[in-house]
Design a protein around this ligand. Structure first.
Ligand SMILES: [Zn+2]
Length: 302
């Protein structure tokens, strides 16, 4: 594990750039047909994040939706001009479970082309919407390799979540291999904090908002001791305090909005304690990475 001279732990920072109305919980209320008529707020939230990263001399990966990138071209340019990485979060935020290999390839190409057209730089990193790369959607690995991606950060090595997770996946970076044998794709799994046989997904999202920051920081310290990079993730909408609230059912409402009033302060506190770098930066430093290969178990019946 590399550390900066001030001895802060190095963390791989990432932001999944989507409008709040594009999250999975909002699907039943705002169909994609209404996205263009909805209020776009992600650009200003990204601007706040860019300022905060600059203040703390931190850098990050922005996993951009193609849909968002083509409507916020100036913001995407500012992201790369500030030294951050522009990576891909797909085009229309559809979970891989809802796509076929063909429609996934089309969604991926569309987003990658839009982002590369804006930045003039190759896109090499991918994160699936809702971490939906699982044993049911493992066909996506071949597509990612064939489309030129070098790394993925979509496999939560945990169990128990209805939408994502692969409990047999390693918690440290590993390689996926193309079904033809080679080449491979590096997986950078989001941070988990291992307590006995339990793996807590403390990398971001609801865990970042609902639990004290000490949970994430304990995970970061453990990852340092075990020489694996802590991959953290956030969403710009999680820092948009004044956003209009969607009429979600009680549990989804709680999960979505809990802790929103403290996230800005919390990110600032975190950035004072860590050395934030983009995911592709870590890969460059660890080429070839000393990582094991992993194959998903056979798809269980749905
Ligand atoms: Zn997303």
């Amino acid at each position: 594990m590399t550390s900066s001279q001030n001895n802060r732990p190095t963390c791989l920072l990432s932001f999944d750039v989507e409008e709040m109305f594009q999250i999975e919980a909002a699907r039943p209320y705002i169909s994609p047909r209404l996205w263009d008529e909805s209020e776009w707020r992600v650009g200003q939230a990204v601007e706040w994040i860019l300022e905060e990263l600059a203040k703390h001399d931190a850098h990050a990966t922005f996993f951009l939706l193609g849909w968002v990138a083509e409507r916020n071209r100036a913001v995407v340019r500012r992201i790369v001009e500030a030294g951050h990485e522009a990576a891909c979060h797909g085009h229309a935020h559809e979970r891989l479970h809802e796509l076929s290999p063909e429609s996934f390839r089309a969604d991926l190409r569309r987003a990658k082309e839009i982002i590369e057209d804006i930045t003039g730089q190759p896109v090499v990193g991918y994160r699936a919407p809702t971490f939906s790369l699982t044993r049911q959607t493992q066909w996506a690995v071949d597509v990612l390799i064939e489309e030129g991606f070098k790394y993925d950060s979509s496999v939560q090595p945990v169990r128990g979540h209805p939408q994502y997770g692969e409990p047999t996946a390693p918690v440290a970076p590993f390689q996926f291999t193309h079904s033809s044998g080679a080449p491979s794709l590096t997986e950078l799994p989001p941070l988990t904090w291992k307590i006995g046989s339990l793996r807590l997904p403390v990398a971001g999202g609801g865990y970042f908002r609902a639990l004290p920051l000490s949970f994430m920081r304990a995970g970061i310290r453990q990852a340092g001791r075990q020489d694996r990079p802590p991959v953290l993730y956030f969403h710009p909408w999680e820092f948009d305090v004044n956003q209009p609230r969607l009429p979600l059912p009680a549990l989804a409402y709680w999960r979505t909005y809990i802790g929103l009033n403290r996230t800005r302060n919390r990110l600032t506190r975190l950035l004072k304690k860590i050395n934030g770098i983009p995911l592709n930066h870590w890969l460059t430093q660890h080429d070839p990475i000393p990582a094991s290969t992993f194959t998903f178990p056979a798809n269980r019946a749905a």
